[in-house]
Each structure stands twice: as structure tokens, then as C-alpha cells.
Design a protein around this ligand. Sequence first.
Ligand SMILES: Cc1cc2nc3c(=O)[nH]c(=O)nc-3n(C[C@H](O)[C@H](O)[C@H](O)COP(=O)(O)O)c2cc1C
Length: 326
Amino acid sequence: MQDVTDLPFLRTIASFGGADLYVTEYFRVHIHSRLDPYILRSITENPTEKPIIAQMIGQDASELARTACDLKNHPIAGIDLNLGCPAPVVYRKNAGGGLLRHPDQVHEILGRLREACSETPFTVKTRVGFESEEEFDQLLEIFKSHDIDLLTIHGRTVKERYQTPVHDDRVAHAVRSLGCPVIANGNVVNCQTGLAYLKSTEAAGLMIGRGAIRNPWIFEQLRCATSGREIPQVTGRMILEYITKLYDETAREIPEFVEDRHVQKMKKYLVYISQGYDADFEHQIRRVKNKTEFFATCARFLDHGDPAPDLPSENSRLFCGFSQFL
Ligand SMILES: Cc1cc2nc3c(=O)[nH]c(=O)nc-3n(C[C@H](O)[C@H](O)[C@H](O)COP(=O)(O)O)c2cc1C
């Protein structure tokens, strides 16, 4: 995730169990682009001991193919094309989710990338359409015709942004129609929602974004749940330990560290982490000005051995629609 799943975040999350496979933040691709050195470090210094796929976003087939060739010089597990980003500044340029409005262009880009990745796994991350999920069948035909190696589906349209339940029936349909593994994404916030999404789609796996910022143990919990082991319980104090680690790891990557500015960056993670707690937690964190206030507020809500809330609140404005899986 852009500005989130960077090298310090990967270090942190891996130390708490972590995922089985990672995807980088996207490399922006255009005529003048070069591989972003900071994102590249997630690959060259991959601290997770697990494979990492490099994701690209762009709309020019030749430049995307050129960038894929550059990325192949690094230890990647594959190349992924982003066809899902809903940010207007991206989709208006016909990149990310914007490409879903132009199936012919998707067809051309996939052809060039498949050619460039003849011996490298080539994967796609998509939404189920731009305006409507009815566009999805045509997209699936294109994905099929290029023999992609894996498809990750965020089960919303671009227009639905993050605001709705996911169309798990469309994901299930993709699982049945494609020859490659399909990964289900969107609205997995705990074990129960993850298991329900897997059950309703029979997907080969899950991609978890915001739910992993909120609870980095979610991957380990799901591995336990799917292999019949006891699910480890997360306590308030464990979340506090996670925040402290994230603070330290992100701080040590900043060349000219300014404490108060760093606290502002930490607040972005806390927006996710605080979901499910008393609303006062998020409210108070928004108002802290320095490290002392930041950690005092975190300790007020988290320095205890009781279980951390398993779910965000059902009316959370960040996690919308996950109750479809409860
Ligand atoms: C801050 C933020 C940044 C994101 N950046 C990316 C990105 O770079 N590439 C990508 O494929 N998806 C990106 N996404 C989308 C997520 O990967 C995921 O598809 C979406 O959040 C739904 O899954 P979730 O409910 O597990 O978070 C981003 C999402 C957020 C909230």
C-alpha cells in the first residue's frame, strides 16, 4: 500500500508473523520514470524472508515493459500490474483502475508484459469493473487470453472505492473461470471475515491490506485457523508493542528526523489501529502534538492484558461493509 507498506513497515509486520507473500507499493511508470530507489529497497533489502512481488502502475505499454525488464534485475518473485487504484488523480490519467474503462488498452498492456515476463511470474491486481461489476466478464476474458500467473481481485468497482461490501460472487466466478490462482481481497478484518471470504469464493488465498495495519497478527491467526491450531489472542499490550516497534523502525529510516513530524506520520497508522476501540482513542490521538503525548495516549487505551477488539466497529467509516462476512 502506497506510503504504508514500505521497508520499515515490512520489517515490523514480519517480526509479528507476517504474510506468506508480499507486494511492494506501486512503482509509478511513465516516459521519464526510473525505479524509485526507496521502494526498490523493499526488494533489495527485503527483510521478510518471504517472496516479494514488484507492483507497477501506468498506462503506456512500452514503458511498463521497459520497467518490468529493469525490475527483473532484482530479486523479485514476480511483476504485478495495478488495475485497481481508485484515486481520481491516478484513474483520470487512465492508470490503475482508470484502465478498466479501456479494455483494448488492457489487452495491449498485458500482451507486452506477458512477453517481457516470459520467464518471470506475471500477475494482475484488479477491481471487478470501473462503473459496474457487469464489466467483469469481459475483463476476465482478457486476463485469460494472456495466461497471467495469478489474479488478485479487490471485489469492488473503482466507483465503489472502499465504501461497500465486496462482490464475492464475482470473485467466486473468477475462481471458477480462470486457470490461474485467484486471491480474494477487500474487507478481511479478522479470522472470521477471512475464512468466510475464502469459503464463499474458494479463492487460493487472501490479500489483506488495512486489516493488517490494524492487526499485524492477522496472518498468523489465519494460518492457525486454517490448519486447526489454536488462534493466538492479541492483547492491548501487544498492540502497544507493535506501535512502539513501528515508531522506531519508521523513525530510523528518516535521514533528518524531526520528532513532531514523525508523530504526524504515526497518526496515519493509528487511524487504522484505533478502529474498534472507544472512539475517544482516535479522537485523542488526532490531537497529540509530540512523542510524549502520543505514547501516553496509546498507553491509556492499550497498556493492559485484555484482548484487543477483534473487529472494527460496524459503523466504522474506514472499514465499510465487512459485516457481510460475519
Ligand atoms: C493507503 C492505501 C494505499 C494503497 N496502495 C495500494 C497500492 O500501492 N497497490 C495496490 O494494489 N493497492 C493499494 N491499496 C489497496 C489495497 O491493496 C486493497 O486492495 C484495499 O485496501 C482493500 O483491501 P483491504 O480491505 O484488505 O484493505 C491501497 C489501499 C490503501 C488504504
